[in-house]
Each structure stands twice: as structure tokens, then as C-alpha cells.
Design a binder for this molecule. Structure first.
Ligand code: NAP
Length: 540
């Protein structure tokens, strides 16, 4: 290896591996550092019971290598965490990326050396490296968020976060457990815990909507067949899809669809538990509130008639924002588990949650108290004895892992100061004043609104092309201008304001120091528009 690498990639999940594969093809010198002892990123750390993909894994995969496709066979349509982790490990071996891995190595500082036009990277063990380019592939959803519940210092029971699951899964047999959070992770772990626990308290602040998982073998077989035998067609489908998915999506708005037509489409999405087909069921699901409500009504009707008792339906269908603006989940026994005698759903929408030594407490907050007549007010505080708390409380999305690194760009400016109260990027990749630095799946990227494996590969291709165009000119620097920044930000903001995502509340715009005004962070235009706009603004 030379003294100064062409590129240091940080993060060995889907994005980091995708970029490494591209750079290796183009004969760049690079290394991939990761704090974990294995590749896998999110699929290494999120190893809680029930963790699996809810995008069909035939789509949620690398598409670089037809040869690897001949050796790898998914065992089911929505693969489990261990299978996806094994896929990533085997792909890394197949692409002979092992020699480029620096595992168990956590990046702490990055400093731009203006004179040498290169980055200096320092790791927590004191090791340093220099590289012309840095690619931060740290994951949009990688730094776990754990709320600081009042009383946590006196709590003496066990506690885990779904995204920091221990190597050896604890036994929950005969235990009383509280799960805080009912997003995608909560919905996956709760039915598994319900099989074992003596008592399971499900602490729900905002419900998520979920479709029952499908066992439609035919859909799985078709997808696999097309990928294998009609590869060009399959890749075209992914490239031309807003969501980077091979799922069928509508070409017409809901306003042009009869009720029968909409219901027929809905049935197919529901039967296949097809998330991207569901959010692509009409072209105006996220821009026309009437179309959105029609789909939401069908969703609610289906849940009322198939999955939910009347009393649960009132709580679980009471979602504050338009349909799909909080991520739709796939469930395997989640709703059924809430009706089990050992499970209790606790709605804490208007309550404060706190901990004591061996219990979790939900007390009515003052927020809506005045609105209720006295005889309808729940008891002020209820405590539940527990042995453990499981936080399924998600992530410091988009910015958490990046800002854990001290990043100092031109003129000594720190990234956290530059971002201040808004993580401004261009295409979710570039940050003005931080030359030769690339973010993968960063704030402002299509990432989490798409098939993440596909959008990772699109960004990896764009970044590797940019890097390789510069390799011969040793002292050239890639730096975006304020004009490009203005163009990109106004383009993405204009798209956002036309959608129902604007002003909604979820982790897509999670409140944090970096985003106190709750700006919606992902790019809403979908992958093909993103690439087109990228070519016109960044690489004309
Ligand atoms: P999440 O969607 O952010 O859910 C976190 C949950 O914790 C929410 O229900 C949230 O309530 C609740 N919560 C947070 N702080 C709380 C507090 N102080 N008191 C009570 N409740 C609190 O996180 P996630 O479930 O880990 O999922 C995040 C994303 O990761 C998903 O949307 C998905 O993109 C990805 N993911 C994918 C899969 C998959 O493919 N199968 C699986 C897991 C995760 P509020 O909504 O009220 O804030």
C-alpha cells in the first residue's frame, strides 16, 4: 500500500462494500475501516430476534456480479438477518475484498490538510492514515437512539437496544419485559418475545401501520427467475423505478382510478406484502391527500377485518400523519401477539414514561389533561414490575454516526459547526468546505425512501466515477460551489414542499441538535430523478 491511499472508506455495510467493489475494479488504492469485527454494518449490529429484511432480498442485493449470482441462492423472499449477514460476508470474499479490510477500527478524527490536499484519519487506537479521498459509508440508521427516561439512574434491571444486540441472545423465558417503541424493529421483536416472556409490556407512543408478511412463493420464484434469466430487464426495472425496486408501481394518479381499480391494485400489494408496490400504488399517494386517504381507508378496513379486535384497532389505527409518511412495516404475528394473555399494549401518547429500580412507570402528562372530564382520566401513574427493558427506539438518523467523528474541513471548520442546526449537503454526498469528502446515504440522499441496497450502488457508482476522473491529476480537489449548493437545495426543497411528507413527524425528520426545526432529511424525488439532477447540477 502507498503512504497515501486514493480513498479511505469508513463503514463496511452495503454502501462501503458497493464502493469498494467499484474502486477495486478501477484499480484505486483503498482500505475499508469498520469498528465491528465483521463486514455487515446494520446487518451485523441489528441481530435481535425476528430481525429480517422487509424488501424482497432478490432486489435488496448487489447487482455487480452475475457470477456471484450463480453461486448465491436466497432461501426466502424476505431473508433473515443471519442470512443477509452471510450474504455480505460471502460477497466480500467473492470480490476478494478481505485484504482491504481494517476491522475493529473506529474512526475518531478527520482533518483536511490544505497544503498536501489530503485527509488525515485518526482512529481511536491511535493509528493514523492519509488518503486523498474519504468516503463515509457509516449508514443512515446506525447510531442507536436511547431516550433518557427519568429515573434511569436508579433502574437496576437489564436493558438492551435492538441495534446493539449482544452476541449471545439473552433468555426471556419467565421474565417480565418492557419494549419501548413500535417502529419496524419493535414490530419484529415483539412477537418473538411474546412467545417466551411471562409478561410483555409494549410501550407505544405512536403506532406504525403494518401489512402481514406474505408467503407468496410464486412472487419469490418469479423475481428470482427474472433476475437470473432476464438480467437486463431486471436491472432496467430497478434503474427506472423511483424506489429502486422491481415491484410494479402505478403509472396513473389515484384521482384517475375507480374504487374497483384501486381495490384490485391494493389486493395485489397486500397479498404480496409488497412495500414498494404499496407506496407506489398511485402516482399521487404522497401528493394528493384524497388519494392518500382512499388507500389509508383500504388499509384500515383490511386490518379491522383481518387482524385487529375493536379495542386494539382504536389505538393502533390512530396515526397522526398521512398514510405512508411514517414508514409502513411488515408484520409476522405482531398484531396477533398483542391479543395474547401475557402481552399488554400500553398507549403512552399522552403519558410520560419513567423508570424506578425494578419497574417502568407511565404517568399521565399534563398535556391533554384539561380536555378530559374527570371520570375519564386514567390513573395518574401506573407502574409495571419488570426484569428488563428493551429499547426499540431507533436511531439518530442520518447525522448521528457522522457527527461522532470530529471532522475538520477547510480553514479548520468543524462539520458539526458548519451544519449547525441543519445538515446541509449536496445530493446527500458533498458538503461545501469539505473537499474530497463523500457521504454515502447521507442527509439529503434518496436512501431510506428507496431500496437501500440499490441506492447504495447508485451512489457508489457516482462517487467512484468522480474519484477516478481525478486520479491522474494528483493535486486536484473536488469541491462543490455555493451555487451548486443553492441549486441542489432549492431543487430538493421544491420537490419536498409538493409532497405530504412536508411537515410530518417521524425519524425522517428526527428532532436533534442538528435538526431542531424538524427538516425532512431524505430526498423525495426517487432514484432516477436524483441521478438526472445529479448529472445536471454536479457533473454537467
Ligand atoms: P423507529 O422507527 O424510529 O421507531 C422508534 C420507536 O420508538 C417509535 O415507535 C418511537 O415513537 C419510539 N420512541 C422513541 N423514543 C421514545 C420515548 N421516549 N418513549 C416512548 N417511545 C419512544 O426505529 P426502528 O423501529 O428501529 O426503525 C427505524 C428504521 O430502520 C425503519 O423505519 C426502517 O427504515 C429501518 N428498519 C428496517 C427493518 C427491516 O427492513 N426489516 C427493520 C428494522 C428497522 P414515536 O414514533 O412516537 O417517536
Amino acid at each position: 500500500m502507498p503512504n497515501t491511499l486514493d480513498c479511505l472508506i469508513v463503514g463496511a455495510g452495503f454502501s462501503g462494500i458497493a464502493l469498494a467493489t467499484e474502486l477495486k475494479k478501477r484499480n484505486c488504492t483503498f482500505l475499508i475501516a469498520d469498528q465491528n469485527p465483521s463486514v455487515g454494518g446494520t446487518w451485523f449490529t441489528n441481530r435481535y430476534p425476528g430481525a429480517r429484511c422487509d424488501t424482497p432480498t432478490v432486489d435488496y442485493a448487489f447487482h455487480h456480479s452475475p457470477l456471484f449470482d450463480q453461486t448465491w441462492q436466497w432461501s426466502e423472499d424476505f431473508a433473515t438477518q443471519p442470512e443477509i449477514l452471510e450474504y455480505l460476508q460471502q460477497f466480500t470474499n467473492f470480490e476478494q475484498l478481505q485484504p482491504f479490510l481494517l476491522l475493529n477500527t473506529k474512526l475518531s478524527d478527520l482533518t483536511w490538510d490544505e497544503k498536501r490536499k489530503q485527509w488525515q484519519a485518526t482512529f481511536t487506537d491511535g493509528k493514523t492514515l492519509t488518503a486523498r479521498f474519504i468516503a463515509l459509508a457509516l449508514g443512515s440508521l446506525s447510531k442507536p437512539f436511547t431516550p433518557t427516561l427519568p429515573g434511569h439512574e436508579q433502574y437496576e434491571g437489564q436493558q438492551w437496544h435492538t441495534a446493539q444486540w449482544p452476541d449471545t441472545c439473552p433468555s426471556f423465558r419467565d421474565k417480565s419485559i418492557a419494549v419501548v417503541g413500535t417502529g419496524a424493529s419493535g414490530i419484529q421483536i415483539i412477537p418473538e418475545l411474546a412467545k417466551e416472556c411471562k409478561k410483555l409490556y409494549v410501550i407505544q407512543r405512536t403506532p406504525s401501520l403494518a401489512m402481514p408478511a406474505s408467503d407468496n412463493q410464486q412472487a419469490f420464484i418469479n423475481r428470482r427467475r427474472i433476475r437470473k434469466t432476464q438480467r437486463k430487464l431486471f436491472l432496467n426495472m430497478l434503474e427506472n423505478s423511483q424506489f429502486g425496486s422491481s415491484s410494479p408501481t402505478a403509472k396513473t394518479p389515484g384521482t384517475n382510478m375507480s374504487d374497483e381499480e384501486l381495490e384490485t391494485r391494493f389486493d395485489i400489494c397486500w397479498r404480496n406484502a409488497d412495500l414498494f408496490a404499496m407506496i407506489g400504488i398511485t402516482t399521487d399517494l404522497f401528493s394528493n391527500i384524497q388519494s392518500n386517504r382512499r388507500v389509508e381507508n383500504l388499509f384500515h378496513q383490511r386490518l379491522r377485518s383481518h387482524s385487529l379486535s375493536k379495542s386494539l384497532a382504536d389505538t393502533l389505527l390512530n396515526t397522526p400523519d398521512p398514510f405512508g409518511t411514517k414508514r409502513i412495516c411488515i408484520e409476522r404475528g405482531y398484531y396477533a401477539s398483542l391479543s395474547k394473555s401475557n402481552v399488554q399494549l400500553i398507549d403512552v401518547r399522552d403519558s410520560d414514561v419513567s423508570l424506578e429500580r425494578h419497574s417502568i412507570h407511565c404517568s399521565k402528562s399534563n398535556r391533554n389533561e384539561k380536555l378530559l372530564p374527570t371520570d375519564h382520566q386514567p390513573e395518574r401513574s401506573t407502574g409495571y414490575q419488570i426484569d428488563a427493558v428493551i429499547y426499540a427506539t431507533g436511531f439518530e438518523a442520518f447525522t448521528g454516526a457522522i457527527l461522532d467523528v470530529d471532522i475538520q474541513g477547510c480553514s479548520g471548520v468543524q462539520l458539526r459547526d458548519f451544519w449547525g442546526s441543519f445538515p446541509k449537503t449536496i445530493a446527500g454526498i458533498f458538503v461545501r468546505g469539505f473537499p474530497n469528502l463523500f457521504l454515502l446515504q447521507g442527509p439529503g440522499s434518496p436512501s431510506v425512501l428507496t431500496n437501500m441496497a440499490q441506492s447504495a450502488q447508485v451512489q457508489a457508482r457516482l462517487i467512484s466515477q468522480t474519484i477516478c476522473n481525478q486520479l491522474d491529476a494528483h493535486d486536484s480537489v473536488i469541491e462543490v460551489t455555493s451555487n451548486q449548493e443553492i441549486q441542489w437545495m432549492s431543487h430538493s426543497q421544491m420537490l419536498l414542499e409538493k409532497t405530504l411528507f412536508y411537515n410530518t413527524r417521524s425519524w425522517y425528520s428526527q428532532k436533534s441538535n442538528v435538526n431542531p426545526q424538524l427538516h425532512f432529511l431524505p430526498y423525495v424525488g426517487g432514484i432516477p430523478k436524483y441521478e438526472k439532477e445529479y448529472q445536471s447540477i454536479i457533473a454537467p
